[in-house]
Design a binder for this molecule. Structure first.
Ligand code: ACO
Length: 353
């Protein structure tokens, strides 16, 4: 039976480190507040004007290809997950194809807009393509350049201290080996709270979904009849909005649920997990999930302390780093899980190659 294996993995973090102390010079916050509530000590910010979400992805991709022993022209399908694309359209998939110099036009490019769960959604889609025999070398990349879209004033402090820039990539190939590859993937969504973790402007909504006081503009007419309005700029309505407490409460329920779903489907228990790589949303969320599943520290990998929340890139970056540090080994049962904007959430279980 054909399964999907990770044949190569890579990551790229911009060199510029931004500490909590540096953020506290831009806004009313403190190192103590950020560390206590999120676990984050520092994050990376890409170099504006020279680096973009696509160029970060290109670095991670080249490393993943090298480790898989393939050239970029061997890639037959690109899946790109991000919430901070270079352009509203076209998506980053084709920009990455061009950036890498891929001349093979047989190679398709698909963009995924699932925010924090984008990597898991992408893995599930790639898994179906590989199992069906359609593709042999799928590039799945998660990349984010949040630093271009955050409000670094006190007004935006709840959100802007959390997020960081970076990229992670994997090359997915078919395998017939029993003891390796993706065992199962599980995807979920619930749009009830779509606006509770969202960047809604600019957009074509025209106020349609905002018939409440939530955004302070109950009258749809203030949104105008075009994609971008002056009001969006005047009132700085183009920054992300996050109901942190609702996100936190829902995440700590959904993470264990979706991990148990993957374990139950494959006849495993939490004790069988060798390494859990949770989406790096907030260290307190990861610690809560660890406690519920009764996993020891060495079976949960966290690096949010150094990189912040890199959304679609956080799982491949953490998986890559854990593997580079020898913490993920051949035959290990690895569990990936994510929850985020949408809300969407998901999990995957795999045997490491
Ligand atoms: N520095 C200092 N004070 C702050 C900051 C800051 N950066 N941000 C908010 N505050 C203040 C608030 O204004 C508030 O002050 P008040 O009591 O005077 O009104 C106080 O701190 C407490 O604010 P809360 O929002 O209640 O703080 P909370 O304990 O909920 O922590 C946080 C906020 C960290 C955002 C938390 O809710 C959280 O982690 N939620 C999950 C968010 C998350 O993980 N998002 C990402 C996942 S999804 C994805 O990856 C896209």
């Amino acid at each position: 039976m054909i399964k999907t294996k990770i044949a190569g993995i890579g990551k790229y973090l911009p060199s510029k480190i931004v500490t909590n102390a540096e953020l506290s010079k831009m806004m009313d916050t403190t190192d103590e507040w950020i560390v206590e509530r999120t676990g984050i000590h520092e994050r990376r910010h890409a170099e504006k004007h020279t680096e973009t979400t696509t160029t970060l992805a290109a670095h991670a991709t080249k490393q993943a290809c090298e480790r898989a022993g393939i050239s970029v022209n061997d890639i037959d399908f690109i899946i790109f997950a991000t919430l901070s694309p270079d352009y509203y359209f076209p998506g980053c998939g084709v920009l990455l194809q061009r950036e890498l110099g891929i001349t093979n036009t047989e190679c398709g490019a698909l963009d995924i807009r699932n925010q924090c769960s984008g990597f898991i959604y992408g893995l599930s889609v790639a898994d179906q393509f590989i199992k069906s025999g359609m593709y042999k070398n799928i590039l799945l990349v998660g990349s984010e350049m949040h630093s271009m879209g955050l409000d670094f004033t006190t007004r935006g402090r709840t959100v802007s201290v959390i997020f960081g820039d970076g990229a992670g990539a994997v090359i997915l190939q078919p395998t017939q080996e029993d003891n390796q590859g993706v065992l199962t993937t599980h995807l979920h969504s619930d749009g009830t709270h779509a606006e509770e973790l969202a960047m809604i402007n600019p957009g074509s909504h025209g106020g349609r979904h905002l018939g409440t006081e939530q955004f302070g503009y109950p009258d749809p007419s203030v949104w105008g009849e075009v994609f971008v309005t002056q009001k969006m700029f005047d009132d700085a309505l183009f920054y992300p909005n996050m109901n942190g407490q609702l996100v936190f409460k829902t995440a700590v329920t959904k993470f264990p649920e979706v991990i148990m779903e993957a374990l139950n489907k494959t006849g495993h228990t939490p004790a069988d997990i060798d390494m859990l790589i949770p989406h790096q949303a907030n260290l307190r969320i990861s610690q809560f999930v660890q406690k519920v599943l009764r996993l020891p520290d060495e079976k949960v990998y966290n690096n949010i302390q150094k990189y912040g929340n890199t959304t679609a890139a956080s799982i491949p970056i953490a998986l890559c780093e854990a593997w580079e540090n020898g913490l993920v080994k051949s035959g290990d049962l690895v569990c990936l899980a994510a929850f985020g904007s949408g809300f969407t959430w998901g999990s995957a279980l795999l045997r490491w190659v």
